[in-house]
Design a protein around this ligand. Sequence first.
Ligand code: SAH
Ligand code: SF4
Ligand code: F3S
Length: 461
Amino acid sequence: MALAHERVFGQRAEAIIYPEASYKAYIETYGCQMNFADSELVAGILQTTGYTFTPSPEEADLILINTCAIREHAEEKIWQRLKYFASIKRQRSHLIVGVLGCMAERLKKKLLEEEPVVDLIAGPDSYRHLPQLIRQVESGTKAIHVLLSREETYADMAPLRLSPHRVSAYISIMRGCNNMCSFCIVPFTRGRERSRPWESIVQEVEGLAKAGYKEITLLGQNVDSYNDRGLRFAQLLSKVAEAAPNVWIRFATSHPKDMLDDVLETISLYPNLTPYIHLPVQAGSDAVLERMNRGYSAEWYIQRIEAIRRYLPEAVISTDIIVGFCGETEADFEETLSLMRTVRFDSVYQFMYSERPGTLAARRYADDVPPQVKQERLERVIALAQAISLERNQAQLNSQQRVLVEKPSRRDPNDLAGRTFSGRAIVVRGAAAFAQPGDILSVNVTGASSATLIGYAASSN
Ligand code: SAH
Ligand code: SF4
Ligand code: F3S
């Protein structure tokens, strides 16, 4: 789900320093942006229970790891981290270790059985019960809550924003997923789709705008099926755009089968709705798409791209691609490459198919593409994607872009990193001398790689 888009990586919660810290919690998050949003919710819940936060697991009294189950590799990382937390616990016997999120939901008590360091397990719909679960562990028994809910949206709960720069924030507008893409574990780990009441979304947006946030990303596994008592996603976008006219509004993820023109038209009507569309295609062959149960053909997908370009000529379009899905032949795979050439994505997030136990694909089809073929196809996708991204970025040379500064650049502390209005990553040279995160700069684009633009500030506004 869009933008930062590093799907599987760990991030430490930033320290929030209190002088007389009582119990200290450490939260580590893996997976999609929705998991990051959930960790902020969990942090909010812990804060009201009296916890403070630390960026080092070594000095924590409570370690929570918010996990992802999307691919096997994502889970392997979590097992390794649990081994490390076990080594900490040997020095700090009172330490409580909890596993949250999608892997907790998928494995349930199996996690307790296989890794004795785990004291607590809570699935994505169980966070309201965390204080109770922690008390249970304190009184000497392991605690587990993995019931999925049809209603829980945490609409009444205030997240504690963990990002160090108060510039961008995520808001979950819905939870769960009613699609059954045959490769995907998410419907099993996050349950049925439900939409958060629009009033509570608008209220949170207003609060963030007042607090000085400049960019808000609305999150859902399939935002196009948002439906709150008949209010659909396009209408929600209008309400959000009007509630925070000076905030750049982004969203993810759109689903090709459900993304209708009304959403595109709405984006074109509001100056603060950004024309960034993440539209996962997964594959270019109709036979593969059919086995994936995605609900659209390659031709339908290309028509959706044409609609995006018609309404939003400046749109930045990204996608997800899975290589080596069950039964994918060389000819099928070449159709994926050919679709990439037709669409010319600004960026592509590519994955090797990883069979997930219990999914439709695991039950129905053989995972029959050999690992080295998957690897080779992945490399071909990367090579083509990079070549196209480079051309797309080069087409921006000599243009002037509005840029929201997000953070210092990793490479050079004199530079600042940010994104253009339509969502392209950009490094603004020398800007640290006069600008800071949260500023919007006018930037002349002077350089381009496949991953980022480079430019110099023309003026600030
Ligand atoms: N809800 C979003 C994305 C959810 S998961 C959507 O429908 O597009 C993010 C991405 O992970 C997916 O788009 C897909 O490309 C990838 N993915 C999901 N399951 C996978 C699996 N079993 N193996 C490899 N990649 C997978
Ligand atoms: Fe998974 Fe498909 Fe739902 Fe996305 S839409 S979360 S890929 S089942
Ligand atoms: Fe997200 Fe991973 Fe769960 S991608 S929804 S954290 S399985």
